[in-house]
Each structure stands twice: as structure tokens, then as C-alpha cells.
Design a protein around this ligand. Structure first.
Ligand code: PMP
Length: 402
């Protein structure tokens, strides 16, 4: 141990629990155990060949230098067009910024705006990074439980009740990681009506999964539904999940000019710009024929349907059918209080998740990591074979409980 004195803002943040779970899987595999890994938060597909070819073309054309801090004009035009045509969002090119993944854009947006003690409303269950990002920037996450009874979604009444003079942001993640729940246009309109009454509250819309979509209504964004939120909404998206480009690190956002400018100012001091080659590939991905996306979403849909059916057939588990993303968030309330073969009682969803790992060799992430218990998250970004084997192993492990 060195005697470096760390800044207090980093000592209170956690390593991402899903990263920690994935590490545990690697450790067990290194010991020779066969683990069916349902913790993965990234597509199991490779980046489509035409996107890789676009990156190679960019390199060969010499696009290997710094780009403008806020991203290339080519990519921002592609984002502008996508936001307009798919989501009815109007924005100028200088109201768009591009960063090294949606995660970085979210973090820098908080860094740009949150003062010590400002509150950020985090509907729960939440993507694991939100509270820690808020804490790392000196803010206070306001954890707002949104249970299964409300479809794991924030209601206008809950939002209204949570807003205080210190509220800086509310985070809306649709479709959600970990539940897959997605907001309808009517739901967004109702939330928007609350937000326009509180102009000091900004809304951070994390729509990174909005192309991995199964609902019978089209994806929508609160800014497209309530354009009056123009000075309050930051719409964040990226290419990681939709185009299987997690390693390329491109995320972006559209928002009020003064906010975008300060995000760019910070980026100019942090990284100068995201990778030029990845930007060329992302611009291609957004503007090219979308049939690869359509095909992968169909595969995700079949996996979702199968996993949903198999999980619901297991005594003690129940799971809603979600609208997007590639996760299921089954309730394990029916297992809590049951005895394992070794006589120990399952008291929390962490106990359940560890039991499934030890007994069934199935890795999942416990609901506590997402702030709402007793649940666990499984990812369907893996083959149908692994999903079926894992569900069979979970069923067998559950049948041994008393
Ligand atoms: N938001 C959510 C809800 C996510 O699940 C993830 C990835 N796990 C991100 C943002 C970050 O995506 P990116 O790869 O663009 O940083």
C-alpha cells in the first residue's frame, strides 16, 4: 500500500458492480469452473463488417488526426438527422457534442453542472453508474424507488414530490438497464408537463438502448414529445449497443447550447476529442442501411421471449416482459426465506445470486446493485443455447430449495 491520500470524492464511489460480477466470472473460469455468464452488458455480436470497412477507409484517407472538440461535422450531421427523423428532436449542429462513449458524456454533463450538495433524482432500479457519477461530482443522488407496480417507471406524482429547490437533474433511462422498461409518449408527456413547471430542473435522457426495441409503439424521447423542454433536456445516445460498437467508444448528446459548450470546454481539457476513426465509423453506422440492426434486434427479441417464458416457469421467480434493451429483471421474492441444501437461508437477492453461481454455475447481478430488491438481472446478450442451459440450471437449483 502506498501512502497516497486520495480525494474524498473518489473514496466514496464503488467499482461498477456489473464489472465486479464479470470479474468474478473470469476468476471462476480461470479456476476451471464452467460458468454460464448472464452478466454481460454488451452485444455478443461483432461490429458489422461494413462499419469496420468505413473505419479502414477513414484511416486510409488520413482521418487519423485530432478532430474538432465537439466531433466531426459529418458525425454531428448524422446525429442531427437521426434525432430529427426518429425522435422529432430539432437541434443545430452546435447543440450536439460527441464524446468517448455515452458514459463519458453523462459524466462530463454532471461535472459541468453539479455543485456540492445539488440533488440528482435517480429513478430506481437504476443503471449502476448513475449514483456514483453523481457522488463523484459532489452531488447527492436522490434514490426514488419505482417498483414493478408502476412498471419500474417514474410517475409524474413521484417526480413532482421529489423535486426540491436543490434538484439539478432527473435521470430518465429508456429503455432501462436493468429492467428494459421503456416510456410511452403519453408517459413522457406527463413527466414533461411536470418538468416545464420547474425550469431549474434538467432532465438527462439516457437512450443508449433505444434501437434495441420490442414494443408495439415507436421509440420516443421526452424532448421530441415536449419540445418546450428544449432548455432543460440533454438527450444522450451512442453507437455502443445498437451497432455492437462498445469498444469504439463513441457517445453523443444534444442539448441547450450553453450546456453543450461547457461540456465541450471540459472535453477540450480532458481528451481533446474522441477517436477520429471511431467517429467516421459511427457516422457511417448511423447513415447506412440499418438492416444489420433490424436482424440483431430480431435475435434479441427471440431470446427475450424464450428467457421470459423459461424464467416464469420456475417456481419462486417471476418476470415482466420488457420493451427494450437486452436484460431481464426477474423478481426472486418467492425464493427469499427458503433453505439451501446446506441448511442456510436465502435472505437477500445477493444470497440468491451467489447461490445460482455456486449451485447452478449461472452468473447474474443481484438487484441490490441496481437499488431495488429482491431481483436479479440477467443479460440475454448471449446465445440461445447458453440462455436455455442457464435457465435449466437455475430451475434445477431452485428445485433443491426448501
Ligand atoms: N447508459 C446505460 C444505461 C448503459 O447500460 C451503458 C452501458 N452499460 C451506458 C450508458 C454507456 O454506454 P457507452 O458504451 O456509450 O459508454
Amino acid at each position: 500500500m502506498s501512502n497516497i491520500k486520495l480525494a474524498s470524492r473518489v473514496t466514496s464511489i464503488r467499482v461498477s458492480p456489473s464489472t465486479a460480477a464479470a470479474q468474478k466470472v473470469r476468476d471462476l473460469q480461470a479456476e476451471g469452473r464452467k460458468i454460464l455468464n448472464l452478466t454481460v452488458g454488451e452485444p455478443d455480436f461483432d461490429t458489422p463488417e461494413p462499419i469496420k470497412a468505413a473505419a479502414i477507409r477513414a484511416m486510409e484517407a488520413g482521418e487519423t488526426k485530432y478532430t474538432p472538440v465537439n466531433g466531426t461535422v459529418e458525425l454531428r450531421k448524422a446525429i442531427q438527422h437521426d434525432f430529427k427523423t426518429r425522435l422529432n428532436i430539432d437541434c443545430e449542429l452546435n447543440e450536439i457534442c460527441v464524446g468517448g462513449g455515452a458514459k463519458q458524456v453523462l459524466f462530463v454533463a454532471l461535472m459541468a453542472t453539479v455543485e456540492e450538495g445539488d440533488e440528482v433524482i435517480v429513478p430506481t432500479p437504476y443503471w449502476v453508474s448513475y449514483p456514483d457519477m453523481v457522488i463523484a461530482n459532489g452531488g447527492t443522488p436522490v434514490i426514488l424507488p419505482c417498483g414493478e407496480d408502476v412498471g419500474f417507471k417514474l410517475t409524474p406524482a413521484a417526480l413532482e414530490a421529489a423535486i426540491t429547490p436543490r434538484t439539478k437533474w432527473v435521470i430518465l433511462n429508456s429503455p432501462s438497464n436493468p429492467t428494459g422498461a421503456a416510456y410511452t409518449e403519453a408517459e413522457l408527456r406527463a413527466l414533461g408537463e411536470v418538468l416545464v413547471k420547474h425550469p431549474h430542473v434538467l432532465v438527462m435522457c439516457d437512450e443508449i438502448y433505444d434501437r434495441i426495441w420490442y414494443a408495439d409503439f415507436a421509440p420516443c424521447s421526452i424532448l421530441g414529445v415536449v419540445p418546450a423542454l428544449k432548455s432543460q433536456a440533454l438527450v444522450v445516445n451512442g453507437v455502443s449497443k445498437s451497432y455492437a460498437m462498445t469498444g469504439w467508444r463513441i457517445g453523443y448528446a444534444a442539448g441547450p447550447l450553453d450546456l453543450i459548450n461547457v461540456i465541450n470546454k471540459l472535453q477540450s481539457q480532458m481528451s481533446s476529442c474522441p477517436s477520429s476513426i471511431s467517429q467516421a465509423a459511427a457516422a457511417f453506422a448511423l447513415t447506412a442501411d440499418q438492416s444489420d440492426v433490424v436482424k440483431t434486434v430480431e435475435v434479441y427479441r427471440q431470446r427475450r421471449d424464450r428467457a421470459h417464458q423459461l424464467i416464469n416457469a420456475i417456481d419462486g421467480l417471476s418476470c415482466t416482459l420488457h420493451d427494450g434493451a437486452f436484460y431481464l429483471y426477474p423478481s426472486c421474492a418467492g425464493l427469499i426465506g427458503k433453505k439451501k441444501p446446506d441448511g442456510k437461508v436465502l435472505e437477500t437477492d445477493l444470497d440468491v445470486s451467489l447461490y445460482l453461481l455456486e449451485e447452478a454455475g449461472v452468473a447474474s447481478v443481484h438487484g441490490g446493485a441496481y437499488g431495488l430488491e429482491p431481483y436479479f438481472r440477467i443479460s440475454t446478450a448471449t446465445s440461445m443455447k447458453i440462455i436455455e442451459e442457464a435457465c435449466a440450471a437455475i430451475a434445477e437449483a431452485c428445485s433443491k430449495l426448501q
